[in-house]
Design a protein around this ligand. Structure first.
Ligand SMILES: Nc1ncnc2c1ncn2[C@@H]1O[C@H](COP(=O)(O)OP(=O)(O)OP(=O)(O)O)[C@@H](O)[C@H]1O
Length: 224
């Protein structure tokens, strides 16, 4: 797929521990189209996080090719990788990783300022995203003053703040009870679609995976 937001070819990763080598990724070929929301489904330990860390350019040590927006990014130096992450990728993790001393709105403004946005439009964008997630009345709350579901919504808004072409999410609702997880995941899907971003979402939850456009199954280091 030439116009893919994300494409990998022959992606491999192994870890050596105690003299033994485990091949966690054994040649992953995948492509995510613009605006497409793809589930990466697999049991615990199947390598979902390892794959997301590779395509998110968070870790080195991988073999094979990673293209983001058509550009080969697997061999870039650390500064160039940081730039690709900042400009083109939004991340949502199982735990929110919000900055505890900043308000909900500030947590969504900051990544925009780091990317060079002016404060006033960055604030407008943060408030619009948070309002779209039902948090218009929680803008000045700090993470510790928010519920788990609210914290995760702020993390979703932060991931989308810079209009990334690609969102990478690792068990984005894995830390929430089932009812809250369903609601927050629905909101995540709706907002990602409204924003026109593509997403690759790791989950071990079949029910959540079925709500996405397509499901990739990771098994013994390969996609089925
Ligand atoms: N830094 C590391 N050193 C050694 N082994 C590692 C390292 N990181 C991951 N692994 C191993 O790679 C395998 C895949 O781990 P990974 O976290 O990618 O799985 P996962 O599918 O995301 O699991 P979970 O759903 O439990 O988060 C596991 O067997 C894990 O122990």
């Amino acid at each position: 797929m030439n116009d893919a937001v994300l494409a990998t070819a022959g992606l491999t990763r192994s870890f050596t521990q105690g003299g033994a080598t485990i091949e966690v990724l054994r040649g992953i070929d995948l492509a995510v189209a613009p605006g497409e929301i793809v589930a990466l489904l697999g049991p615990s330990g199947s390598g979902k996080s390892t794959l997301l860390q590779a395509v998110g350019l968070l870790e080195g040590g991988f073999g094979g090719s990673i293209r983001i927006g058509g550009d080969e990014v697997s061999k870039l130096d650390s500064d160039a990788r940081t730039q690709v992450r900042r400009d083109r990728i939004g991340f949502v993790y199982q735990f929110h990783h919000l900055l505890p001393d900043f308000s909900a709105a500030e947590n969504v403004v900051l990544p925009q300022l780091i990317r060079g946005a002016e404060p006033a439009p960055a604030k407008v964008r943060a408030e619009a995203l948070l309002s779209a997630l039902g948090l218009g009345h929680r803008l000045t709350h700090r993470p510790s003053q928010l519920s788990g579901g609210e914290q995760q919504r702020v993390a979703v808004a932060r991931a989308l703040a810079n209009r990334p072409a690609l969102v990478l999410a690792d068990e984005p609702t894995g830390n929430l009870d089932e009812a809250t997880a369903d609601i927050v995941f629905d909101e995540f899907l709706r907002l990602v679609r409204d924003e026109g971003s593509a997403a690759l979402v790791a989950t071990h939850n079949e029910r959540i995976a079925m709500r996405m456009d397509r499901v990739l199954r990771l098994h013994e280091g390969r996609l089925e």
